[in-house]
Design a protein around this ligand. Structure first.
Ligand code: UD1
Length: 417
């Protein structure tokens, strides 16, 4: 397994380009299964999660060409309606194939995703949505079996906001007979981008960026071509890299509006920004001030930036509190950050962080994707050497992060395992 060795304390400078958004691309790849023919996606980064989804689609029978940053998905010969355990257990987003397979073939068999490092993560809302659209669900031998003669439009009211369940419901409803209403839908930018792609395929979805989506089912769809939106979590991680290393770096090719809440919170810590339509220049604070956050669905603070923001708060002048209401167990990074001399205490789903004057390098272990990003940020700010093992987690969601950081002047090396 590869490791990162970071010699911290360097000032960063210059620009970093943000890649396409993993969490927007994964459901769009699955949506390509909805029709025969070749869909084309641009601005697709070479991430392990994306390669894994490509693998899932190939198992189903799609043909995938991935050259440079363009991915072509030809689902003409897709026919095997199954996402097996070996794949779903490695990436739970594989469940995204359920909606499209049900809609196109009337059947889907998807391994029940197990728990993961950030908690139990149930799929009941995905199943509830499929049932509301006239699918029969049974669970056998660790697999969800979904079947229907024909999906029919229905009303789906989610008791809590779920990005994944909203995406799956959309991908099933577009080919259902009649009209579907989704209430309390997720309004994350990744859902907006899926709606754009489905509408380009010939779907009829109204209500983008609102929590009430209206879908008029159509008889068939056709392939589409679209450029993927920039990754707001990668952009946010680099903004925090500027703040934690007190470096005036510029984050390019991003959508500042997608991380408005992060920028507002960072302003409370003393940071300033120069913002253009697609770039953010960080003007870092000399002294980092403490502030509290609570993760919530978009447009409030994203759980996917909680760990990185927590790393910043370890160096604040005072005490801050960070609560995760989306994934209450998503705090595996806390023990690792404490190994770097941070002072963090946990109480249920909230961390109290007493800011320290400096972090000091140590050997730590990445436990999940965003936790790894938090350790990299802390390592950049810590004095001395930080070694981060199990960085395969970070390769799932950040494209060549060490190369991007090196270009900014960081001293970071990948040691091949
Ligand atoms: C997606 C993102 C993930 C992000 C999360 C929240 C992808 C591939 N992953 O995950 O990076 O952290 O959104 O923004 O896009 N829930 C249920 N039942 C369900 C589904 C979800 O109770 O059937 C709960 C979850 O446990 C969680 C909350 O709903 O507490 C939100 O989860 P959800 O939005 O579904 O997350 P994912 O789509 O899995």
């Amino acid at each position: 397994m590869d490791k990162f060795i970071i010699k911290g304390g360097k000032n960063l400078s210059g620009c970093v380009e943000i890649s396409g958004a993993k969490n927007a691309i994964l459901p769009i790849m699955a949506a390509s299964l909805l029709t025969k023919g070749k869909s084309v996606l641009h601005n697709v980064p070479h991430l392990n999660d994306i390669k894994m989804m490509a693998h899932v689609l190939r198992v189903i029978g799609a043909r995938i060409d991935f050259e440079g940053e363009t991915m072509e998905i030809d689902a003409t010969h897709a026919s095997f309606c199954e996402a097996p355990y070996e794949l779903v257990s490695k990436m739970r987003a594989s469940i995204y194939v359920m909606g499209p397979l049900l809609a196109r073939f009337g059947s889907a068999k998807v391994s029940f995703p197990g728990g993961c490092a950030i908690g139990t993560r149930p799929v009941d809302l995905h199943l509830m949505a499929m049932e509301a659209l006239n699918a029969e669900i049974t669970i056998e031998h660790g697999y969800v079996l979904a079947k229907t003669k024909k999906l029919k439009g229905g009303n789906i009211t989610f008791p809590k906001v779920s990005v994944g369940a909203t995406a799956n419901a959309l991908m099933a409803a577009v080919l259902a007979k009649g009209e579907t209403n989704i209430y309390n839908a997720a309004i994350e930018p990744e859902i907006g981008s899926l709606i754009d792609f489905l509408n380009l395929m010939g779907a009829n979805i109204k209500g983008k960026n609102t929590d009430h989506l209206q879908i008029a089912g159509v008889k068939e769809l056709h392939p589409a071509e679209m450029t993927m939106i920039p990754d707001r979590i990668e952009a946010g991680t680099f903004v925090i890299a500027g703040a934690i290393t007190k470096s005036p770096i510029t984050i390019k090719n991003c959508v500042p509006e997608h991380i408005q809440i992060l920028l507002e919170k960072l302003k409370e810590t003393g940071c300033e920004f120069e913002i253009s339509e697609d770039s953010i220049k960080v003007i870092p604070a000399e002294n980092i001030l403490p502030t509290d956050i609570q993760t919530q669905p978009y447009p409030l603070f994203p759980t996917d930036l909680q760990a990185q923001f927590l790393a910043l708060m370890t160096l604040a002048e005072g005490t801050s509190r960070i609560e995760d209401t989306i994934f209450p167990d998503r705090f595996m990074h806390v023990a690792e950050l404490n190994r770097l001399d941070a002072d963090i205490m946990m109480n249920k789903n909230a961390a109290t962080i007493n800011g320290v004057k400096s972090l000091s390098g140590a050997e730590v272990m990445a436990t999940d994707l965003r936790a790894s990003a938090a350790l990299v940020l802390a390592g950049l700010a810590a004095s001395g050497q930080t070694t981060i093992s199990r960085i395969y987690h970070i390769d799932r969601g950040y494209e060549r992060i060490e190369e991007k950081l090196k270009k900014l002047g960081a001293d970071i090396k990948r040691i091949k395992g």
